[in-house]
Design a binder for this molecule. Structure first.
Ligand SMILES: O=C(O)c1ccccc1NCC(=O)[C@H](O)[C@H](O)COP(=O)(O)O
Length: 258
């Protein structure tokens, strides 16, 4: 997948990828005792709320400015708002993330924590423990090998796809948690139609996550109607306003208002 024409990728993403390839891996193989993302999603669902994976994303190539509060406080506020799980950026150069943030957050909360980064090699899995690790189909050469490497360490692998060909690769790699990213990493444009189209090819036994571009309660309802078991939301939570309220608004999006 990584051999796709890189000239077609947005300059910011080319820079992210170049940095990812340079980043060192860990020196000792990790063994993770992971909190189950699927169970956390089911528990929130059973409680009548929408499972939201809230993202601690201090900045990004497509947002202005940086949110400077303590990431642990932000994470705790997201859990207080009802987040089923958290996604924590560990990419330092373009997203203001760090592995230290992830370690501190995972110690402070009891929901599953996703490591959000651009992992391209097996040794990079050994840098920090998390419950779930993101693997982006487009950027990984041996997807099945990396899924296997992650799961053999105890991580749950969230395999991110953007189109039907990447979905096919994720299913061939036996991915049981798949995220469909509405953000096109070639153009950095976001279109919720992506999820609606690609989700039609996802088997029922896969935990399916809608990623990116969700900001309103209508967006949440739209992704749920198209089959999302959970939604990964960053900017709409980290942007303006109170983080707890931002999460609560999305988790209660499908409840009746009388
Ligand atoms: O968010 C970006 O600007 C970005 C730029 C380049 C590559 C990846 C990028 N985002 C990664 C993500 O998947 C999102 O952080 C995540 O899905 C949340 O998206 P959103 O709710 O739209 O912030």
């Amino acid at each position: 997948m990584m051999n796709a024409n890189e000239d077609e990728i947005a300059p910011a993403v080319r820079s992210i990828l170049a940095a990812a390839r340079e980043r060192e891996g860990g020196t000792e193989r990790l063994a993770v005792d992971a909190r189950s993302l699927t169970d956390a999603v089911a528990a929130v669902e059973a409680d009548g709320r929408v499972p939201i994976i809230a993202e601690v994303k201090p900045t990004s190539p497509t947002t202005e400015g940086t949110r400077d509060e303590d990431p642990v406080e932000l994470a705790e506020q997201m859990v207080a708002g009802g987040a089923a799980a958290l996604s924590v950026l560990t990419e330092p150069e373009h997203f203001g993330g760090s592995t230290a943030n992830l370690r501190r957050i995972r110690e402070a909360v009891d929901v599953p924590v996703l490591r959000k980064d651009f992992v391209v090699r097996e040794d990079q899995l050994d840098v920090v423990e998390s419950d779930v690790v993101l693997l982006i189909a487009r950027f990984v050469d041996d997807l099945a090998g990396l899924v296997e490497a992650a799961e053999s360490r105890g991580f749950q692998a969230l395999v991110e796809v953007h189109d039907a060909a990447e979905l096919e690769a994720a299913l061939a790699a036996d991915a049981s948690i798949i995220g469909i990213n509405n953000r096109d990493l070639a153009k950095l444009e976001v279109d919720l139609v992506t999820f609606e189209e690609v989700a039609t090819g996802v088997p029922d036994d896969v935990t399916l996550i809608a990623e990116s571009g969700v900001s309103t309660v209508d967006d949440v309802r739209r992704m749920r109607a198209a089959g999302a078991d959970a939604l990964l939301v960053g900017t709409a939570i980290m942007g303006a306003g109170d983080v707890t309220e931002n999460v609560r608004r999305l988790t209660t999006a499908t409840q009746e208002t009388t």
